[in-house]
Ligand binder design. Structure first.
Ligand SMILES: [Zn+2]
Length: 186
């Protein structure tokens, strides 16, 4: 079961299958998936046929003051959208509910900041189209553990950008305290 062509160390954190992309006439037919490595957008026709798959690396999301540059915005027709700013551009994803956008912002923030806290406060599991796969980064690590068949390992390494010492769990994204570069622990 690898319908999204995930890497062996890639696990799904949250997905939503009623995403609109493009002009105000766009329908909520696309699917958005957040994994520990990518935001994956699956563009579909209104009949559900997959047209295109785009992958946006999580480690290219801009971070400022410890927060991912992802905000709740508005489309031209006033409906909510998730706006994500990457080092080389931005992507907008139309949602039907502001609350769901806020949950996505929380999940993305938690992923890029490498926090080991529960992604709390999801009380909208009944909203159509939303499916929470892992309730916490710990779950994600446990799933990664399942993939590799071993416990998550605490590791230390040098920041790939400035050489400062950083630590975290193997496979986890960690932000360097000194230069704010996101990177995956090896
Ligand atoms: Zn650094």
């Amino acid at each position: 079961m690898n319908q999204y062509n995930l890497r062996s160390d890639e696990v799904v954190i949250i997905k939503h299958n009623r995403i609109a992309r493009g002009g105000i006439m766009a329908s909520y037919s696309d699917e958005l998936i957040l994994t520990n490595l990518h935001l994956i957008l699956i563009s579909k026709s209104i009949f559900g046929k997959v047209k295109n798959t785009s992958r946006f690396p999580v480690d290219e999301i801009k971070v400022f003051n410890g927060k991912a540059q992802t905000i709740l915005g508005k489309r031209a027709n006033g409906t909510p959208q998730l706006e994500v700013y990457f080092t080389n551009g931005q992507e907008f994803f139309g949602f039907e509910s502001k609350k769901v956008v806020k949950d996505w912002i929380k999940a993305i923030n938690q992923l890029v900041s490498g926090q080991d806290a529960v992604i709390g406060g999801f009380d909208d599991r009944t909203i159509p189209g939303t499916e929470f796969i892992a309730s916490s980064i710990k779950d994600t690590l446990n799933t990664v553990k399942g993939v590799f068949g071993k416990q998550p390992v605490k590791v230390s390494q040098e920041c790939k950008s400035c050489g400062a010492p950083i630590s975290g769990f193997e496979g986890q994204f960690v932000r360097c305290q000194y230069c704010e570069t996101n990177q995956q622990m090896k």
